[in-house]
Design a protein around this ligand. Structure first.
Ligand code: ARG
Length: 497
């Protein structure tokens, strides 16, 4: 075995040195930088070291590698890891560069590391290994955002607020109900991220170039050492498949879209004086000294554009690719990193903006009654007291037309006489109608499941908080499983030391 003492310099390299030279011949021309993913691969440097370790341990366990060679390669990998990505020799990608760095330290026997695999299954494994950690971080951010939304929703459960359709006053609701609506959306986004995680967390390693290998490898073992829940069985699918990336980016885009709606609402509410954003989440103008602008939220809104671009970039790159491996796939990967980074950051910023915002109860209450927002409640009341809903709708519409703002009882009664031919009093007491005209009473009356009535919302917040706890557990379980596998791999590697 050649030592890791550096005795085997480039001159002494035989077979593997030749292959390095051959690679240089093919990728050393003017397109060298164009071909190389080495810089972008920094993202999967640690993943590649872990994948190399698991592969080498498995090769030794199955007798494909001599223990001494495995030990030398594993020791070299420690050095390569310590030196870091920036210290890697030049190469077409991180996989080639790490292999070269190992051969530089071990000598030609270092080239045994690449037995029974290809860069195709290697890169697919590295991407999944890294992405699952990023997905867990994205998930944790989304869970924190949900926590904030539920907390503030509880605080603002009784804070009457205007509700809009077509950006026009529609029906009064509460700030809590509005916040809980975004929490519910993020809960579904969480489910999609967890699904994406579970399909991402499968090992393609051992699929080799796409066609499997003659060596008696143990794919389940490398999967286990790397913390994957199982393998991507078909070797061609293993090397070629990128749908787990697509699913992950789609789930992340869902989060971005949810956050963009939340941000847009907050921008509008701040503009109308309903809410004061904390200075930390605002920006000023370089020329207009009086300005306090909701810039962070505008950026949150814009990140949905980045995410959508990432998703489309990925979709367009993957569309129509023939089996099994094509270099197009190299350019698919950065879309994933860009999207997961942007979305994770945006989730945290959106949550921070909500957590620190101050709600202006008076402005909200004034606006909640604007534009005869209680009209539907009055029509509902008449319908509940025996007037057919369509007729009730007509009566209230007629009253609304004649009134400046919210009509009083007299106007409603006049409309009823004109349309029904009898007084409202035949159906309902004046006091009850007047109560329905009040935004606070109007909200309290809408206590159907999922409705804005403070009591109904209290029940929903409790259910949502239970669901959140279950999702926290789901994320913790996955984190623990990864940490455990990491420990196992560390122990196995150490046994060769
Ligand atoms: N850098 C490549 C990628 O990201 C690694 C796989 C290269 N495989 C190949 N057959 N050229 O896809």
């Amino acid at each position: 075995m050649s030592g890791k003492d550096g005795s085997s310099g480039p001159d002494e390299r035989s077979e593997d040195a030749e292959s390095v030279i051959r690679r240089d011949r093919f990728s050393g021309g003017p397109a060298r930088d164009f071909l190389s993913s080495l810089a972008a691969d920094e993202r999967i440097f640690a993943a590649d070291i872990a994948v190399d370790r698991a592969h080498v341990v498995m090769l030794a366990e199955t007798g494909v590698l001599e223990d001494a060679d495995a030990a030398a390669i594993l020791a070299a990998l420690d050095e390569v890891e310590d030196a870091g990505h920036a210290a890697l020799p030049d190469g077409e990608d991180v996989h080639e560069a790490i292999e070269t760095a190992v051969i530089e330290r071990v000598g030609p026997d270092g080239g045994r590391m690449h037995t029974a695999r290809s860069r195709n299954d290697e890169v697919a494994t590295c991407i999944r290994y890294r992405l699952r950690a990023d997905l867990l971080d994205a998930l944790s951010t989304v869970l924190e955002a949900r926590e904030v939304l539920l907390e503030v929703a509880e605080e603002e459960r009784e804070t009457i607020a205007p509700g809009y359709t077509h950006l026009q006053p529609a029906q009064p609701t509460t700030v809590g109900h509005w916040l809980a609506s975004y929490e519910a959306a993020l809960a579904r986004d969480t489910g999609r991220l967890l699904d994406a995680y579970d399909r991402t967390n499968r090992s393609p390693l051992g699929g080799a170039a796409f066609a499997g290998t003659t060596f008696p490898i143990d794919r389940e073992r490398t999967a286990e050492l790397l913390g994957f829940d199982g393998i991507v069985r078909n070797s061609m699918d293993a090397a070629a498949g990128r749908d787990a990336l697509l699913e992950s980016v789609a789930a992340l885009t869902g989060v971005a879209i949810t956050c963009s709606g939340l941000a847009e609402d907050l921008i509008i509410f701040a503009n109308r004086g309903f809410v004061d954003l904390d200075d930390d989440y605002s920006s000023t103008s370089s020329i207009m000294p009086q300005k306090k602008n909701p810039d962070t939220l505008e950026l949150v809104r814009a990140v949905s554009g980045d995410a959508s671009a990432g998703l489309n970039g990925l979709l367009t790159t993957l569309k129509g690719l023939p089996r099994a491996y094509n270099r197009d796939l190299q350019r698919a990967t950065p879309h994933v990193w860009e999207t997961v980074d942007a979305v994770t950051e945006t989730g945290a910023v959106a949550a921070g903006a909500v957590a620190t915002a101050e709600w202006n109860d008076d402005a909200l209450a004034d606006a909640a009654g604007e534009g005869f927002s209680t009209a539907t409640g009055v029509a509902d009341l008449l319908a509940a007291e025996g007037v057919p809903f369509r007729t009730a709708h007509e009566i209230v519409a007629e009253a609304a037309e004649g009134a400046d703002g919210t009509p009083g009882y007299e106007t409603l009664d006049a409309a009823a006489r004109a349309i029904l031919g009898e007084s409202l009093a035949a159906y309902v007491e004046q006091e009850t109608v007047e109560s329905a005209l009040d935004p606070v009473a109007s909200v309290a009356a809408r206590d159907s499941v999922g409705g804005p009535a403070p009591d109904a919302l209290a029940a929903d917040l409790e259910a949502a908080s239970e669901e959140l706890t279950a999702d926290h557990d789901a994320v913790s379980e996955r984190r623990d499983a990864l940490a455990e596998a990491d420990e196992t791999l560390r122990t196995e590697v150490a046994s060769y030391g």
